[in-house]
Design a protein around this ligand. Sequence first.
Ligand code: NAD
Ligand code: TDX
Length: 332
Amino acid sequence: MNSLLVTGGAGFIGANFVRWLVDNTTCTVTVLDKLTYAGNKASLDGLPPERVKLVVGDICDRPLVDSLVGDCDAVVHFAAESHNDNSLTNPAPFVTTNLVGTFTLLEAVRAQGKRYHHISTDEVYGDLELDDPERFCELTPYNPSSPYSATKAGSDLLVRAWVRSFGVQATLSNCSNNYGPYQHIEKFIPRQITNVLTGRRPKLYGTGANVRDWIHVDDHNAAVWLILNQGRIGETYLIGADGEKNNREVVEEILRQLGQAPDAYDLVVDRPGHDLRYAIDSTKLRQELGWLPQYPCFSDGLTAPIAWYQANETWWREAKDATEATYALQGQ
Ligand code: NAD
Ligand code: TDX
């Protein structure tokens, strides 16, 4: 695998993946990214131009996708509309990008016989009760709650159908909630960090009891590389680092690391249909491919990303006021 097409490579996980590839492999990378509000060219700043090229364009543009797929050994598909709250106010781009975009890529790799890895989420499985000992595994039935997770579930099913019906050489991974640098400040952890840094108070939806299973973005990306190279075609791998925390615990940790009182947050209007709990059993990935997280401790893993947001205000400053104005309209 010498040359990769990485869709959504100017977004949070995609940009970290491109950086990880530059540091850990000899691959060359073409990023295809539409640079929506969530994409940021600056997330690729400083990377060697002989290794990384950015093409600004849409994954729904078949002629463009065909020409880029023709020039690569494999496609790693991160591009998506990714924010649940946005999918509740305006679902249309979720249907277009997540479903039609994935379809377009699948048709291109089918026509040209290229390897394809599909990035997805644990949210396709719906949610678990707070006191349920169960965790999601590869055999858990799909049961998505939001327009975001429904379109991700649909895109996964397209991939599975293209493997079975057309023999497309694809693998899939469904990961839990990522944290790390370059994450848009609309998302939970960077929103709270930048709230504190701009003199605002962190905002917890509902009572703050909802649980997410946190993983450092580099641990996610190392697993993706492993699956791309050693995963079995047609298989799904769940990626998770046993990082379950409720949202209140996460905010308290951010406040602690930023030297604030542990209760210096506000409870705000809950998200409609808010999934209660996600939890991943990643036994298959660990046993079959030997993957292990390098950041098993959430509070230790969070220290560098917090420092990154402190040091890189120019990366997020422009989006902050507009993002908070949108949340304020929703009482959040
Ligand atoms: P993000 O919103 O930060 O980045 C998405 C990127 O895709 C942006 O750069 C955007 O410009 C680009 N994009 C959007 N529509 C496009 C289109 N039509 N054509 C080309 N580019 C387009 O998202 P993220 O958090 O980095 O998520 C990346 C992938 O990982 C998504 O598929 C998401 O479902 C999945 N995922 C995310 C998480 C998480 O915690 N963030 C967890 C599991 C899975
Ligand atoms: O201000 C907030 N306050 C709050 O309490 C925000 C933005 C969120 N929350 C809560 C909602 C969730 O319980 O925090 C939790 C995390 O919220 P998000 O960052 O919006 O993530 P989530 O909805 O869990 O989805 C994320 O993980 C799975 C990604 O955005 C998805 O792309 C991924 O598929």
